[in-house]
Design a protein around this ligand. Sequence first.
Ligand SMILES: NC(=O)c1ccc[n+]([C@@H]2O[C@H](COP(=O)([O-])OP(=O)(O)OC[C@H]3O[C@@H](n4cnc5c(N)ncnc54)[C@H](O)[C@@H]3O)[C@@H](O)[C@H]2O)c1
Length: 341
Amino acid sequence: MGAEALRVGIAGLGRLGRRHARNLAERVPGAQLVAAASPVPDELAWAREALGVAALYPDYDALLRHPGLDAVFLVTPTALHARQLEQALAAGKHVFCEKPLALEVADCERVEAAAARAPGLVAMVGFVRRFDPSYQDAHARIQAGQIGRPFLVRSQTGDKLDPSGFFVRFAPTSGGIFLDCSIHDVDLARWLLGGPRARRVYATGTVAVHEDLRPVGDVDNGLGVVEFADGRLACLYASRTLAHGHDTHTEVVGTAGSLSVGVNPRANRVELADGHGVRNLCVADFYERFEEAFLREAQAFVDCARKGDPPPLALSDATEATRIGRALAEAQRGGRIVDLG
Ligand SMILES: NC(=O)c1ccc[n+]([C@@H]2O[C@H](COP(=O)([O-])OP(=O)(O)OC[C@H]3O[C@@H](n4cnc5c(N)ncnc54)[C@H](O)[C@@H]3O)[C@@H](O)[C@H]2O)c1
């Protein structure tokens, strides 16, 4: 593709789609946001007014037919990802897709098969934490043997309590807390441990605040244990109800040491000492915590697509994350250990 910019169209302009759209339009060298699709007219109006996007489509098929389009960014509801990814690959477009790849393993495998039929195209799922500078430093230190052989990952994704419970609306289609939130920690654990497959999982959970989750079998606080085929372990916690802010952190224990990332989810370097003690502010949400990582992730996708390089994470990793996330959800709902063979 040489020095030409990658002409990108985005599908989905919701909570996260708007962030990706702004990054692509203003902050990712080598990308040009040329088109957007959403079934919601207000969202399209926002793309035109805020970002100057001229080509606006109420449906995804029309976006794929946009003249000269090179790539699509899928930031649509999870249940649509697999089909939309397949359509994009069939139309000859590079694709970035938000996590999770799909809620069903069979759908992930169909996407992998479609990507195998289109070897010149980049298809990448957005496990954003792999692009966070601190997680990358941790990964490099583990690779360099600084904590010996890592054998245990303890990782959590914690959202600040949102009393409106907006996510409850999505609970029937998001796959539940393990596929929606813990899937990040699942992918991280596999990445930090060198990509093992899972052997079996157990999970449980509780409804601490959002009673409306009970009818769909979901919880607002979930705990899971993943046993990998080589005997190593991951222990995961996800919460939608933290009082203090967005708190995502990870600890990796090895035979010669341990390391942690983000244990104090500080918003900045200010510490206030007063009659209540010594404290700092926390980041408010996932985007504040991972803003730089989202930017680096988009840049990595755009660079790979322009140069024809393979993406830094494989679709098979996204399939394995869904396989484990599904098993965790099944374990929590059924109250039993789920064997993954
Ligand atoms: N990486 C992360 O940390 C992270 C964080 C939040 C969300 N996500 C993922 O991003 C995706 C979107 O989440 P969100 O919170 O932005 O949801 P959202 O509901 O706020 O946005 C979804 C968007 O998709 C649009 N849409 C629906 N059907 C469409 C179609 N057929 N074609 C085009 N657009 C369509 C909607 O109008 C809306 O703009 C989900 O898969 C979610 O798992 C990832």
